[in-house]
Design a protein around this ligand. Structure first.
Ligand code: IMP
Length: 195
């Protein structure tokens, strides 16, 4: 049975599928209604959701919690990014940042994997800044206003860079290496590293 990714976000699923494919790990979506724990830490939110999801489904699975953290706004919207996006979109965040010089921001992704042994967490960030205006059509959420460090383009303008450096790419990369190694030790050849 393939590994399950508990999410209702089609964009997240597509990104995760493509990233994990590179490690030979195949996934299927699992849509479960889970009430998210309130915490300012993506890792804690993901951990709590993974526990609940495993209790319900009893199959190896992972969940992801992510968000964008703005320095000038003391980390807002952070773990409330989905909620904030629903209320005001990226346009609202740009408005809050109007005239603000410190534009530093980071995306964070926490993967929580659960099986009969418990929960394992993998967290990673992608640093960058908030653009002055939206640009690009790719991706989802705050992609049109986030420029990763070392680039001049937003994630929505440059999907190839997003695929290489994103928070999700990094967290899933750490998870995939651990997951493949764990299964290989048990004699189950799950994945193959890209050469
Ligand atoms: P959650 O992890 O389901 O709580 O949602 C995280 C929210 O953060 C998403 O709904 C997006 O608004 C935002 N977000 C997370 N990752 C990304 C990304 O890769 N690009 C743009 N927005 C993101």
């Amino acid at each position: 049975m393939s590994l399950r990714f508990v999410t209702s976000n089609g964009h997240k699923f597509a990104e995760a599928k493509s990233i994990l494919n590179g490690y030979g790990v195949s996934i299927d979506p699992l849509n479960l209604a889970i009430e998210e724990k309130r915490s300012e830490s993506c890792a804690r939110v993901a951990e709590a959701s993974a526990k609940i999801a495993y209790e319900k489904a009893r199959v190896p699975l992972f969940v992801e919690d992510s968000g964008i953290f703005l320095n000038a706004l003391h980390g807002f919207p952070g773990t409330y990014s989905a909620w904030a996006f629903g209320k005001m979109g990226y346009e609202g965040l740009l408005k809050l940042m109007r005239g603000v010089r410190d534009r530093r921001a980071r995306f964070v992704s926490a993967i929580a994997y659960a099986d009969e042994k418990g929960v394992k967490i993998f967290e990673a960030a992608c640093r960058g800044k908030i653009s002055g205006r939206p640009a690009g059509k790719n991706g989802f959420g705050y992609d049109p206003i986030f420029i990763p460090s070392g680039s001049r383009k937003t994630f929505a303008e440059d999907a190839a860079t997003k695929a290489r450096v994103s928070h999700r790419r990094r967290a899933l990369g750490c998870f995939a290496k651990w997951y493949v190694e764990k299964n290989n030790r048990k004699g189950k050849i799950i994945g193959k590293e890209k050469s």
